[in-house]
Design a protein around this ligand. Structure first.
Ligand code: SAM
Length: 360
């Protein structure tokens, strides 16, 4: 049952029937078009800023068919982009077949917002540590995956192995990233989380890496989402510093955003070679344009990385919820999406799950 106050809050111009029908929106009018889904809680890396190194998976994983049913429901409500993540998604058996199924789905809305029976293919992406990507890039491309983002926190092999706590990991990931580029899973993005005193000496080398490898390097400000309690404001390397350091080596030129909900500020170098994105949730939050919701490996909806609770979609499915009941539940949950996060503010509370158990 949809609560009346939620219907009223969801009433937006152009969608007179409010929250019970039409495109999925939250009470602030933000359209939810982007779903991130963790397909396993397991990971084969123990990145120092993410995991303690002692804990393994903590949450269950569902049958792939359950994830597919959930995605179908979200797509029928207006989701256009689906990103598979984890844990480490390449560890999940059935991944390639899952991508094949996803590639057959079609959007329920056209880019102008009008409902359609025809629909467009989904934008299908995957975030991975890249360790198993060399062998999987080609099958994933063939299955219909569009793009990958590879997490690489250093371009120096020794620093890389110290961060992942896996020997020779740099060589594996580099080979995986190159394989993805060769098969056309691009533009390949490389995500780097900078930690002061650990890998912040890599900024300039990453600038060169973007140019030499033809990939988009994206620096992400470290957020308080780790299993441990290592986050400190002083550990965060902020956007202004990253820009200044890159500029000192080679002048940067700002690029326009690809979309209103773009999280990265984009740059190229003066000669147009290379691309750098900076995602600055700490120094320049972008919550006002947030178009995302997340599904955890155990089938819970999270409306914000920093939510204090999850919403049990899987539970409702297991209890025999019909598609209409599940869709009504999704609408109610999305109505409660938080206005913004509160990183760095007095009284900030760590979220109920860390990044690896949410799906970044
Ligand atoms: N295993 C995959 C990978 O390594 O990309 C997917 C899951 S991982 C949790 C997703 C992304 O979250 C990675 O790019 C990782 O660097 C990033 N991440 C993890 N903890 C973070 C934190 N505390 N702040 C910012 N980004 C974080």
């Amino acid at each position: 049952m949809v609560m009346p106050e939620l219907v009223a809050a969801g009433h937006t111009a152009g969608e007179p029937r409010g929250a019970v029908e039409g495109r999925l929106r939250d009470k602030f009018g933000r359209a939810i078009t982007d779903l991130r889904i963790s397909i396993t809680d397991r990971c084969n890396y123990k990145c120092v800023y993410c995991r303690t190194g002692n804990e393994g998976a903590q949450y269950a994983e569902l049958p792939i068919a359950d994830y597919l049913r959930m995605v179908r429901l979200f797509v029928s409500l207006g989701v256009e982009k689906v990103r598979l993540t984890g844990g480490e998604p390449l560890l999940r058996a059935g991944l390639v077949e899952m991508v094949e199924e996803l590639s057959r789905m079609r959007t329920a809305y056209l880019p102008d917002g009008s409902a359609t029976a025809e629909g467009l293919p989904l934008d299908l992406a995957l975030t991975t540590n890249g360790h198993l990507l060399e062998g999987l890039a080609e099958p994933l491309k063939r299955a219909g995956l569009n793009r990958v983002t590879v997490s690489m926190d250093a371009v120096d092999p020794a620093i890389f192995a110290a961060i992942t706590r896996v020997p020779r990991s740099y060589e594996r990931v580099l080979a995986g990233m190159r394989a993805a580029r060769e098969v056309g899973l691009g533009p390949v993005k490389v995500n780097c989380v900078l930690l002061r005193g650990f890998n912040d000496g890599q900024i300039e080398a990453f600038g060169e890496f973007s140019r030499a490898e033809g990939v988009i390097v994206r620096f992400i400000e470290f957020m308080p989402l780790e299993e441990d309690r290592t986050w400190r404001p002083e550990t965060v390397v902020r956007m202004d510093e990253i820009v200044a350091r890159l500029n000192a080596v080679r002048p940067l030129r700002e690029l326009p955003p690809n979309a209103a909900s773009e999280t990265a500020k984009r740059f190229t170098f003066a000669d147009g070679i290379g691309e750098i994105g900076i995602i600055a949730p700490v120094s320049r939050p972008f919550c006002g344009h947030c178009s995302r919701v997340r599904l955890t490996s155990d089938g819970k909806i999270r409306t914000c990385l920093f939510s204090q609770s999850d919403h049990d979609l899987e539970g409702l499915m297991v209890r025999g919820g019909t598609d209409d009941e599940l869709k009504a539940y999704i609408r109610q949950v999305v109505m409660r999406k938080e206005a913004r996060h509160h990183i760095g503010e007095a009284g900030f509370e760590k979220p109920s799950r860390s990044m690896v158990h949410i799906g970044g």
